[in-house]
Structures are given as structure tokens and as C-alpha cells.
Design a binder for this molecule. Structure first.
Ligand code: PHE
Length: 344
């Protein structure tokens, strides 16, 4: 008679525990099925009053039922708690994440890397030098003595001398690296020098006190490097850079550190040299200065006069960026306005 009751209690209890959905229901079920005052609890309590035979029959079944219901209760508790945890921490993997703000390279830096890659492909190495430069490397070594009118070609930021033996400037061009490099290298070599330069001038849409230049220098034994090499190098570079055929035009000019000297133009890449506002209807864009390295520059570097020959050219990287991206105001580059920078 007890056996049948126990089986019934167990069957109902097991089902109830397996269907329990929350903690309060579970607690009520525990009181009902496994508590001391539950039906099973009463049966267990009454075991002592049974005859030895009955005790022997009912005892194990009742105990078995107590253990089974206890296991069912703890299984239900685990299930309820696990589900609650999952609900608290539920996340939807299909919701787009919030992107961490990420910076990127300045357009000038990107362009500089692009240009370096093109020159590296032509066998050039990359060199650099200090932005605060001695008067010697920026001027004297480049055949621009103090009393020479060419000093005034570039408006210079002079730095306070403050007890230093030498006078310092913020370099006015990347040509300042030429003699520095030559002092520690023996030709043949070909290098490019990307860098920031400074001019003491009033700013407007096409003038900035700080901008970037790109210098190119190739030196070998006398007689082996000519203006034709320069022209070919420049044409190859600009063709690669703009991804189309570009013509290079030389005009006679003057720089103290080159002889002969040129200004050079490229055919207008905006209008295919047909004439547009950017090239002022000429079909040509002024790009930079160039020439064959003056022997005085070689001797300033400690080379024997007449032993070597080479070409040097420089152009405004900032100006090239303005052409490539059609940026109308040079001041945007160093203006620090992220709305401009973010467009690249
Ligand atoms: N350094 C010159 C300038 O800044 C450009 C130049 C470089 C000219 C190399 C000749 C050779 O104007």
C-alpha cells in the first residue's frame, strides 16, 4: 500500500520538477515533494512505527524515492539558473558592433610612401636629415655663401644661436640632405629624400610656411650621368605616379647648387595638356627645380673635383598632392582640421 503511494508521489514529483520554470515554483515543489512535511517526508518519519517486514519492504523504496526527487530538484535548479544566466548575458551576434575609432595616415604621408615605392622600384634608396639644420648644410655646402644674393631666394626661419658655434635654420629645402649624405657615401648612388621644409613667408591659398618636398639625387663617375638620365627618370616617375603618359619639359633656370639648372614642368594631367584653369591654359604644370650637381657641392662633401657627375631635382610634394586630389588651398594640409583629413 505504501509502495504504490510512493510510486505515485515519485511519478508526479519527477514530472513537476522537470516542468518547473522558475525559482519560486521550484521552492514550492521542494516543500511539496522533498520537505520534511511532504507526503514522502511523513512516510519516512513513519517508517519507525512499521513492522520489521514492512520496514524492509518500504524503507528502500522510500529512500530511493527521496534520493531521486532530490536529484530531480537539483537538476531543475541547475537548468533554471543556467537559463537565467544566459538571459542576463544574452547578446545578439547579428547586431553590428560599434567600431573603435581608428586613425589613419595623413594624405601627405601616404603620398610620400607611394612615391618612395615608385623610386625604390627604380633602384633608389631613401635618405633623410634633420629639420633644424645648420647654415652650412642648408646653404654654404650648396654653394650659397652668406653674401650671395641667392640666399634671398628662400625666406628663412633662423633659429636663436644661444651659445651654439653654428647658426641653425629650419631647413628651407630637402637639398640640405645632399652633402650630409655624400659625406658618408661614395658614388655611385641614387637616393630620394622626402621631408618637411619651412619658409618664412605670409600664407595664402597657395603659400604655406611649412610644406613637403621630395628630392632626388643620382651620382656616378664623371661622364656617366647626364641630363637625359634626369629627364628619363622624371618621366618614368611621373608616368608611374599618375598612371598615364606624362611629358617632362625643361626650362633654363638658376640654382647655385646645380649647373646647368632647370625648372621643369609636366604636361597637364588634368586637361591632357589641352589647356585648363589649373595649367592656366598653357598645357603645362610647373613642378620643381633640377640640374646637374655643381662641382662645388661635390668638393664641399669632400669629393675630388671633376671625379663625379650627377643630377638633382626637387619638387613640392604638397603641390603634387594638391594636383592629385584637386585641393584648392594649401593651408588645409597643416590646418589640423580633422574634417579635411578624414576625407582621405
Ligand atoms: N632646392 C630647390 C628648391 O627648393 C629645388 C632644387 C632641388 C633645385 C635640386 C635643383 C636641384 O627650390
Amino acid at each position: 500500500m505504501h509502495g504504490k503511494r510512493i510510486a505515485e508521489i515519485m511519478e508526479r514529483g519527477m514530472r513537476a520538477f522537470s516542468e518547473a520554470e522558475d525559482e519560486s515554483v521550484l521552492l514550492a515543489l521542494e516543500t511539496e515533494y522533498t520537505g520534511r512535511k511532504s507526503a514522502l517526508g511523513e512516510i519516512l518519519k513513519g517508517l519507525k512505527d512499521l513492522s520489521p517486514e514492512e520496514k524492509k519492504e518500504v524503507g528502500p523504496i522510500a529512500n530511493e524515492a527521496r534520493l531521486a526527487l532530490g536529484r530531480a530538484a537539483s537538476a531543475a535548479r541547475t537548468r533554471i539558473e543556467t537559463r537565467k544566466l544566459a538571459e542576463d548575458e544574452r547578446f545578439d551576434v547579428t547586431i553590428p558592433g560599434s567600431a573603435a575609432p581608428l586613425g589613419h595616415l595623413h594624405p601627405i604621408t601616404r603620398l610620400s610612401h607611394e612615391i618612395e615605392d615608385i623610386f625604390a622600384g627604380m633602384g633608389f634608396s631613401i635618405a633623410d636629415g634633420p629639420e633644424a639644420e645648420t647654415e652650412f648644410y642648408n646653404f654654404d655646402a650648396l654653394n650659397v655663401p652668406a653674401d650671395h644674393p641667392a640666399r634671398d631666394m628662400q625666406d628663412t626661419f633662423w633659429l636663436k644661436q644661444d651659445g651654439l658655434d653654428e647658426k641653425y635654420v629650419l631647413r628651407t629645402h630637402t637639398s640640405s640632405v645632399q652633402v650630409r649624405y655624400m659625406e658618408s657615401h661614395v658614388p655611385p648612388f641614387r637616393i630620394v629624400i622626402p621631408g618637411r621644409i619651412f619658409r618664412n613667408e605670409a600664407t595664402d591659398a597657395s603659400h604655406e610656411h611649412t610644406f613637403h618636398q621630395f628630392e632626388c639625387l643620382m651620382v656616378d663617375e664623371a661622364g656617366s650621368v647626364t641630363v637625359a638620365h634626369f629627364k628619363h627618370t622624371a618621366e618614368t616617375f611621373f608616368r608611374e605616379f599618375f598612371g598615364r603618359d606624362v611629358e617632362v619639359r625643361l626650362r633654363p633656370s638658376f640654382f647655385p647648387f646645380t649647373e646647368p639648372s632647370f625648372e621643369f614642368d609636366i604636361s597637364c594631367i588634368l586637361c591632357d595638356a589641352k589647356g585648363c584653369p589649373v595649367c592656366k591654359k598653357s598645357g603645362w604644370l610647373e613642378i620643381g627645380g633640377a640640374g646637374m650637381v655643381h662641382q662645388n657641392v661635390f668638393t664641399a662633401a669632400g669629393y675630388e673635383e671633376g671625379k663625379y657627375q650627377g643630377f638633382a631635382w626637387g619638387f613640392g610634394l604638397t603641390r603634387l598632392a594638391m594636383m592629385k586630389y584637386r585641393i584648392p588651398d594649401i593651408r588645409l594640409f597643416m590646418g589640423g582640421d580633422v574634417r579635411f583629413i578624414r576625407q582621405f
